[in-house]
Design a protein. Structure first.
Length: 381
């Protein structure tokens, strides 16, 4: 029996199949259309892998790209102590230590070299790292400046020296970091260097008391015998053939002597000598010999041993702090103030207004008179 349904009639299943087929065909048509259009769009950029001849290579600009993007970045091979102090978490003492360490190793080759500076905490380093960079030429210039220019036949030896530290100028802290020697060994080596007026041969270095063959090999590998420091001359401290003694020892100026001069005195080691110089440089100099004995870590009995050989000849250029404008952090960075007193000063200033003079500052309770006397020359109003 013939059906009465029209020929275009579809069952529900047929309708769903037709709909799915239509969707697939439409999607395929869309894909083909957009693929054809993309082929017609002209390229507006140069896809060649070759760079123009007049553009510098990536390696040529690697050392300066960061500095060009941010001109406020600090080159750690040329920055002075003031530049380092401007960084968060860097005190004047630590800034002086960074500069001193840089001189001992003849410049930095990487920002990560700062991690070796004693007292620089890892969290502080990570915070300031984005603000630092190393110029590629500077370390080479600083290295070669202290090394005599080699002749053609000694060129290779000159290049090797440029990567080493000068054993006649490096300080105890730098020597300890460079070689891994114990502080006592570094102290003995520098004292002997001072007594002979600087090393002139490796045989002379080998005569250092307690220096083992392994230590001697390490020194030859990482150091060279370059120009002597002016303070290496034995005539300023010792007579010929002696390594010390009150009859031959002359006094040293506490405001001009380097760490080697302090270390050569009885009672002072490498660590104590470095602390004295760092604190002196941070405050602009000592105005009293007693201040040397007040440096943190200096034991009274050792100071009394060295005191007869100390004198104040060079008048200091004191770094004064304005207590009415200085921030709490600036005050705290001073070795004689630190955080507790800095907070008291700022709180009192906020509550009572600016200090008129030193007498008004002394109204702050809980501060010993000796502290005020020691601090007075370094303050202004």
């Amino acid at each position: 029996m013939p059906s009465n349904k029209p020929f275009w009639y579809f069952t529900p299943a047929q309708q769903r199949g037709a709909l799915a087929l239509g969707i697939v065909l439409a999607s395929l048509a869309g894909i083909l259309y957009f693929a054809d259009q993309s082929n017609k769009i002209p390229s507006s950029t140069n896809t060649s892998s070759e760079k123009p001849a007049n553009l510098p290579s990536e390696t040529q600009t690697a050392g300066f790209s960061s500095a060009q993007e941010n001109p406020k970045l600090i080159n750690i091979n040329t920055a002075d102590s003031a530049a380092f102090v401007s960084l968060p978490g860097i005190s004047p003492v630590l800034a002086a230590r960074i500069v001193k360490y840089r001189k001992s190793r003849k410049g930095f080759t990487s920002v990560d070299d700062l991690k070796a500076v004693y007292g620089l905490k890892p969290e502080v380093f990570e915070a300031i790292k984005p603000m630092l960079f190393v110029a590629t030429e500077t370390p080479v210039q600083e290295l070669t400046a202290s090394v005599p220019q080699p002749s053609s036949e000694n060129a290779s030896q000159g290049l090797q020296n440029a990567e080493k530290a000068n054993l006649n100028t490096i300080d105890s802290a730098g020597l300890k970091i460079l070689t891994g020697f114990q502080g006592k060994m570094c102290s003995q080596l520098l004292k002997y260097r001072y007594s002979v007026g600087g090393f002139t041969s490796w045989d002379q270095v080998g005569n250092t008391y307690n220096l083992t063959n392994e230590m001697f090999s390490t020194l030859k590998e990482k150091c060279f015998l370059g120009e002597k420091s002016p303070t290496s001359k034995p005539t300023a401290q010792y007579t010929s053939g002696q390594t010390g003694g009150s009859s031959s020892r002359k006094k040293i100026d506490i405001n001009s002597a380097d760490s080697a001069a302090f270390e050569a005195l009885p009672g002072f080691g490498g660590y104590s000598a470095a602390k004295i110089v760092s604190e002196r440089d941070a405050i602009g100099g000592f105005h009293s010999i007693e201040q040397v004995g007040e440096v943190y870590g200096i034991k009274p009995e050792f100071f009394e041993m060295a005191k007869p050989y100390l004198e104040l000849k060079t008048q200091p250029v004191l770094k004064k702090i304005n207590v009415n404008t200085a921030t709490e952090q600036t005050l705290a960075n001073h070795p004689y103030i630190r955080y507790t007193l800095a907070k008291r000063i700022v709180n009192y200033r906020n509550e009572h207004g600016s200090f008129a003079n030193f007498l008004s500052l002394q109204k702050i309770q809980g501060v010993e008179s000796q502290t005020w006397e020691k601090l007075q020359p370094y303050l202004e109003f």
